[in-house]
Design a protein around this ligand. Structure first.
Ligand SMILES: Nc1ncnc2c1ncn2[C@@H]1O[C@H](COP(=O)(O)OP(=O)(O)OP(=O)(O)O)[C@@H](O)[C@H]1O
Ligand SMILES: Nc1ccn([C@@H]2O[C@H](COP(=O)(O)O)[C@@H](O)[C@H]2O)c(=O)n1
Ligand SMILES: [Mg+2]
Length: 191
């Protein structure tokens, strides 16, 4: 059984930043669905490159069969990990149902870490991220936020109904956000 923590929040809420620190200090392996899709987009011979790029530019969600297989392969390649930080997944109903179908019975879902932050702050962070992402522009960001509000937030609400969401306000200095996140992990792993 793989331990899994889903990490969700608006684009630019700091998911990747916090996951990198958790990976460094707590032995969880960080798997960003977006990073895996970008790597697949660049992989020579991939049949999905153009499809992935279309979705990324549009802020829409890639079919789950592609994303879930990338996640499962990365988990198999890191079997020794204490657990996995699955960052940016599940993003919509298709992600959620496909994950349950492919991974149900193979994973222990510990909790959902929800990094909450006002959208205007998040957009400003993305526009100043400086990583050259093809979707860090005003037009794509508008669509990404729309996708988040319409498709991803309802998934967080579903997990909330099951008492699985741990919300941390990420509109604060990174060190403060990280401190609260560590407390969430400590509480979860004491059980
Ligand atoms: N608490 C914070 N305060 C200020 N800036 C932050 C904070 N957390 C992250 N950042 C910065 O905001 C930008 C976006 O952060 P990050 O890439 O971690 O977000 P993300 O949630 O993974 O975004 P995406 O969903 O677009 O992948 C980065 O430049 C990062 O350095
Ligand atoms: N489950 C997912 C996650 C991401 N995508 C696509 O990648 C884009 C970038 O994601 P980040 O988490 O790195 O911001 C996102 O806008 C989607 O187009 C996806 O399809 N499914
Ligand atoms: Mg990210």
């Amino acid at each position: 059984m793989y331990n899994v923590v889903f990490v969700l929040g608006p684009p630019g809420s700091g998911k990747g930043t916090i996951c990198a620190q958790i990976q460094e200090n707590l032995g969880y392996v960080h798997l960003s669905a977006g990073d895996l899709l970008r790597a697949e987009r660049e992989r020579e011979g991939s049949q999905f490159g153009a499809l992935i790029e279309g979705h990324i530019k549009n802020g829409s969600i890639v079919p789950v069969e592609i994303t879930c297989s990338l996640l499962e392969n990365a988990m198999i390649a890191n079997k020794e990990a204490n657990g996995f930080l699955v960052d940016g997944f599940p993003r919509n109903e298709d992600n959620l149902s496909g994950w349950k179908k492919q991974m149900g019975g193979k994973v222990n879902e510990q909790f959902v870490l929800f990094l909450s932050c006002p959208v205007d702050v998040c957009i400003d962070r993305c526009l100043h991220r400086g990583q050259g992402r093809t979707d860090d522009n005003v037009e794509s960001l508008k669509k990404r936020v729309e996708t988040y509000n319409q498709q991803t937030f309802p998934i967080i609400e579903q997990y909330e109904k099951h008492g699985m969401v741990r919300e941390v306000n990420s509109q604060r200095p990174i060190s403060e956000v990280y401190q609260d996140v560590v407390e969430v992990f400590s509480a979860a792993n004491q059980k």
